[in-house]
Write a protein that binds this ligand. Sequence first.
Ligand code: SF4
Ligand code: SF4
Length: 224
Amino acid sequence: MVVGERKPIAEIKEMVRPYKKILVAGCETCTAESMSGGRKQVAELAAALEMAFRLEGKEMEILEISVDRQCIHEFLLDIVDQTAEVEAVVSIACGAGIQSVAERLPGKPVYPGLNTMFIGETSGAGIWQERCQGCGDCVLGITGGLCPVTRCAKGLLNGPCGGSQGGKCEVSMTLKCDVPCVWAMIYERLSQLGELDRLAIYQPPKDWRAGGFTGPRQLVRRNV
Ligand code: SF4
Ligand code: SF4
């Protein structure tokens, strides 16, 4: 899923300061799961903005909506309907969802209420960790299902580096927290699978063109 973190209220407040009536729009899929953009966070953001403006003596009318997915245009009809009566929209979906809303509303300002962080997993209560950079050429099949592109601080395809100590990445010292060395994890995992011989196979430099470094990517399926 896409993990997001809500922007500071002060930043959102400055974006919507010119308006008197706005819509806060949430997304019930990824950003709801990362507790930054679902129905509950829509209500929290609307209440916080209303209060912040009231303290300045300004009444801001805020409508609320949350749809299943803002990144799919079919789900945006309810948002489009509601925007007829507002001056601007704050979306707390991921960057893709925000852009989909903006595309559907050519004459209406649409602002981001959160920062899109990464593709990750929910690792525990209140913990989300990055797991994929969408590199377009997945190597999980040769690394035991653990992503070195994302989880190795150097993105090494032939690890570990000389800084790996006791299963920890060398950035543990600079970050002053325990960051596992993913290459130590890959070693353990391949050892469990009886596939340690994979580590002897040299991985050539990756072709990063599939990772979107040559422009925006698109996927077209002609048979759909
Ligand atoms: S190798 Fe690429 S596609 Fe596979 S998990 Fe890592 S970043 Fe994502
Ligand atoms: S210690 Fe491990 S995870 Fe950290 S940079 Fe080196 S190989 Fe990558």
